[in-house]
Design a protein around this ligand. Structure first.
Ligand SMILES: [Mg+2]
Length: 305
């Protein structure tokens, strides 16, 4: 009998989309679900974190709580949305200290308060290992929604912030567990991009820049030429580690494409960097020292080794 490990997360998701939305009626496969809701679009998303894959050994419960809220809000940001509220479902071992749950929910509360998002409900169940599922709801005006589809050849590709948070943490786990989990959802800038009407496609970089580029490319049926030198790295990583940083998860910046006639407007905003162009050919390549080479999809994938 075949196992999930032979498929990997992306093939599993593709087959589930085929099953639940065979005619593409609900446009599954974006950063959030989208539901027509009068003048607005209702955005709904869920993201689970598990002890095995997401919770580093020395992580503090407050930081885990923050992370569980922030990664869901990051998907609302990727659609240009305003969050309405969140729900949390917790699976926890019966011998979990009550203090641990207090601190976990303090972290959830801290993140939700910062972004003015009420916690509207949830569920708690006994489980062998820690599982935390967040659900975030949001809205965006129909005319402003940011989708993964819509990039056209000649558009500019850009990202917020700097690359390398995930890799930096991986290399310095002892000191940076807290820093790694304190993800900042880019809600403000996501809304600004949506209001500009200059953005043709958008995604959050959760599983590595290379994976996000490939996801945008296949959703929009285009390709990318990335200029290696134009990508900004976070302080603490050196030039040698830059290629590796392109494939690491945990960055949670926004990656998006801009209509060329509005590029100046967007690229003048703080903390936004052009990293390349959209091309006609369905491929992703990176230009380094004047040489163009393919950038494979090597980001993180669940169920794989
Ligand atoms: Mg996402």
């Amino acid at each position: 009998m075949s196992e999930l490990s032979e498929l990997g997360e992306r093939d599993i998701v593709a087959s589930l989309i085929k099953k639940f939305d065979p005619n593409g009626t609900y446009a599954l496969g974006d950063d959030t679900a989208i539901l027509d809701y009068g003048k607005e679009i209702l955005l709904i998303t869920t993201d689970t974190i598990c002890q095995k894959t997401h919770i580093p050994e020395k992580a503090k419960p407050q930081d885990i709580g923050w992370y569980a809220a922030a990664i869901n809000l990051s998907d609302i940001a990727a659609m240009g949305g305003r969050p309405l509220g969140m729900l949390f479902s917790l699976g926890l071992p019966a011998n979990t200290p009550t203090k641990w749950l207090d601190e976990l929910t303090d972290g959830i509360q801290e993140c939700c308060s910062k972004f003015k998002v009420p916690v509207l409900g949830g569920d708690t169940k006994e489980n062998d290992s820690i599982t935390i599922t967040g659900i975030a709801l949001g809205t965006v005006p129909k005319s402003e929604i940011l989708r993964r589809t819509g990039a056209r050849p000649g558009d500019i590709v850009a990202m917020t912030g700097k690359l390398g948070r995930g890799l930096f943490w991986e290399q310095d786990k002892e000191n940076n567990v807290s820093q790694f989990l304190r993800v900042e959802p880019q809600l403000k800038i996501g809304q600004m991009l949506a209001e500009s009407r200059a953005i043709t496609s958008c995604i959050d970089i959760s599983d590595g820049l290379s994976t996000s580029l490939h996801l945008l490319a296949s959703a929009s049926n285009i390709g990318f030429e990335i200029e290696f030198d134009s990508i900004n790295l976070i302080p603490g990583l050196n030039a040698k580690e830059k290629m590796l940083a392109l494939h690491y998860g945990g960055d949670f910046e926004l990656l998006f494409t801009i209509r060329p006639d509005k590029a100046d407007l967007i690229l003048n905003l703080p903390d936004i960097t052009q990293i390349g162009y959209v091309i006609d050919d369905i491929s992703v390549s990176v230009v380094k020292d004047g040489v163009s080479e393919p950038l494979p999809d090597r980001g993180y994938e669940h169920f794989r080794d």
